[in-house]
Structures are given as structure tokens and as C-alpha cells.
Design a protein around this ligand. Structure first.
Ligand SMILES: [Zn+2]
Length: 364
């Protein structure tokens, strides 16, 4: 490997990182600074982002993306500190990089799983997740180095690209959901993901698409309108169908995107889908709960339910491109900046809906 992180005559070997031990049990602990093995890269974390999935993982103490106990956090932008043996020569210490939180099968034909072979990398059966963004340094495993690590220009502020992973999920979804430019689309939820949806749809489909943002917080609805929604409706305590009817003259929509991730909001979203329309299930719910569905209505009105999860490397690359180019107003979404040691505060702020997206800066 090349020069290790922070190298002077005395190399630091420990760092204070967030370790998740179980439900509502996250601790800042002294752990070894990772050393890159074959094909691996270690990056200094310049900024990390805390998202609603992190909040869910923290509350429940389990998630398919993360081993517990273990290092925590999956959205980060950093600077390469060290590269292991065998890493491609294009990666060098000092480069600013962003990585996705996962890697599907590598491209060698005999190694591809069935889902990757059929072009569904987001459903990869051997997907490798990576965590450890809430730390001064993060190890990037070799498969992720090959499949989902991106250099960003040195003059790009790290905050501008730290939302690469969430944006990649939206890029992935918008690419797959059939929308007609004259459609009406309802986005149920005006958190950071819902706002990214609004912005992505407006940029892709132009001014004729009717975009309605539904939420319970007026300040979030104001951001939705600034990011491209034609209507921002506060559905707290109200009937969303009646609100829609009053605003746009019809009580339903062609596409309804559920961006919250509860059974109740999925029920509400399904009730807003009109004839020939689609419910996009974008907000994740832990497996278990069920919702009765009227298959007669589904059949005769051709209602589709399209769940969309995760992203592919092509989506991540496109998200990086959009963010570096300044096409997404991320400054409206990143609303708090805290030291890494304030991780619990950031998780609480998300739970209280007190901020849109907090980012963490490691204490040096
Ligand atoms: Zn695969």
C-alpha cells in the first residue's frame, strides 16, 4: 500500500467511529483505522449524510444492508488515503471520491448471478453492501472499487455530491416508471427523497407534467414547489382525494409515488391511483404487514403496482454526473451540518422531522 492516512513519524492506528450494537444502541468507539487489502481502497471521510434508512436501522437494530454489531452509515464523500495491492492505477491517494453503498456481481460472465444476467443489478443475489461512513476513514471493498467508486473533480464541494446514493435510487426509479409528459403525478411525502423525485420528474418531463406534492408540513411543501411541484397540498387531517379534486379538478392521478414507507401511506397512495394508473412503492417497509387489494378494480382499471428498490452502477454514475454538473439543488435539501460525534442528535432530528437532511463532518 501507499502512504497510510495521516502519516507522520507516528502513524495513528485508531479512530473514533460509530458502531451500531442493536436497536437504539449506537456508540462512538475506538476502532482500528482500516488498512486496505488486495484490491481495496481506504478513504478519509470528508462528509457523511444521515438518511431515513439510517434512522430505521437505528430504531430496529436490523436491516438487510448492514451487519450488526458493526460500522454504521452508508452515504459519504471522501478523499483516497491509501490503496491496497492490485488496485487499478487510476486510483491514487489524494483523489476525491464518492462510492455507492453496494456493488452487484462483477462483469466476468461466469461470476454473474441470475438477476445480473437478466439486467436486474438492483436485485443482485450476491449484492455486497458497505457501511462505515460515520467514521473518519472508510474501507471500500474491492468489488465496490471496481463497480461503484467514482472520482469527482477536486473543486467540487463534497456536500454537493454526498446525496449520490439517494439520488441514484431516484434516477433508477424515474428511468423505470412509465410517465407520459401530460400525466398527473402525485408524490406522497416531501422529505428529501420526495423532493428529489419532484425535481427529477420536472427536469425529465418538462413543464406540462402536473406534479402534486402531498405532505403534512407546509415548510416542506414550500420546498417542493420551489423544486418543481405545481401544487403542494397539506393533507394533514384532510381527505387527499378531496384536496386533489379542489386543486386539479380530479381526485386521483396517473402515477402516485409513495415515498414514506408505511402500510398506511401505501393504502392512501393506492386510493389516489386513477384509471390506467400506477402506484410506485418507493418507500421501504420491513416485510410482514399486508394490505388488501381489490383485484377487480386492479384488473378492469389496469392499475399497476410497481415497487422500486435500490439502484444499479449506471444509475449511480448518472447521479454523480447530475450532482457534479449542479443540476440538482442539493443546498435546499442539506439543512444541518453537525460533527460526527453528534450522530445521535442527527438521527433524532430526522425522527422529529426537524430538518430535511443532516450531514456529519468527522472530528479531526
Ligand atoms: Zn448479481
Amino acid at each position: 500500500m501507499t502512504t497510510p492516512p495521516g502519516s507522520t513519524t507516528q502513524r495513528p492506528t485508531l479512530m473514533r467511529a460509530a458502531v451500531l450494537h442493536g436497536a437504539e444502541d449506537v456508540r462512538m468507539e475506538e476502532v482500528p483505522i482500516p488498512v486496505p487489502g488486495s484490491g481495496e481502497v481506504v478513504a478519509r471521510v470528508d462528509v457523511a449524510s444521515v438518511d431515513f434508512t439510517d434512522r430505521k436501522v437505528f430504531l430496529h437494530g436490523r436491516h438487510p444492508m448492514i451487519k450488526i454489531p458493526g460500522l454504521f452509515g452508508h452515504e459519504w464523500v471522501g478523499t483516497i488515503a491509501a490503496v491496497g495491492p492490485g488496485v487499478h492505477e487510476r486510483w491514487r491517494p489524494g483523489q476525491r471520491v464518492v462510492a455507492a453503498n453496494s456493488a452487484p456481481c462483477p462483469p466476468e460472465a461466469d461470476a454473474l448471478c441470475r438477476q445480473c444476467r437478466r439486467g436486474r443489478q438492483g436485485m443482485c443475489e450476491n449484492i455486497q453492501y458497505n457501511n462505515g461512513a460515520f467514521a473518519p476513514y472508510i474501507l471500500v471493498p474491492s468489488r465496490l472499487v471496481r463497480m461503484n467508486l467514482y472520482e469527482i473533480p477536486a473543486n467540487t464541494p463534497p456536500e454537493r455530491v454526498v446525496l449520490t446514493e439517494p439520488l441514484a435510487c431516484v434516477v433508477h426509479a424515474v428511468r423505470r416508471v412509465a410517465v407520459h409528459p401530460l400525466d398527473t403525478v402525485v408524490i406522497l411525502g416531501a422529505g428529501p427523497m420526495g423532493l428529489l423525485w419532484v425535481n427529477a420528474l420536472r427536469r425529465r418531463y418538462g413543464p406540462d407534467l402536473t406534479i402534486v406534492s402531498l405532505d403534512h408540513e407546509d415548510d416542506r411543501l414550500a420546498v417542493a414547489k420551489a423544486m418543481g411541484a405545481g401544487y403542494g397540498l397539506n393533507s394533514k387531517g384532510g381527505n387527499a382525494r378531496e384536496l386533489l379534486k379542489a386543486a386539479i379538478g380530479r381526485p386521483d392521478a396517473d402515477v402516485v409515488v409513495e415515498v414514506i414507507g408505511t402500510v398506511e401511506t401505501h393504502r392512501e397512495a393506492l386510493g389516489l391511483v386513477g384509471r390506467g394508473g400506477t402506484l410506485v412503492s418507493f418507500g421501504g417497509i420491513a416485510p410482514g404487514p399486508t394490505l388488501p387489494v381489490d383485484f377487480g378494480r386492479l384488473h378492469y382499471e389496469e392499475i399497476s403496482i410497481q415497487p422500486i428498490y435500490h439502484h444499479t452502477p449506471a444509475d449511480v454514475a448518472e447521479a454523480v454526473r447530475q450532482l457534479v454538473a449542479g443540476e440538482v439543488p442539493v443546498e435546499r435539501l442539506i439543512t444541518a451540518r453537525l460533527p460526527l460525534s453528534e450522530l445521535r442528535t442527527a438521527l433524532q432530528m430526522i425522527g422529529d422531522r426537524a430538518t430535511l437532511r443532516p450531514v456529519l463532518v468527522p472530528d479531526r
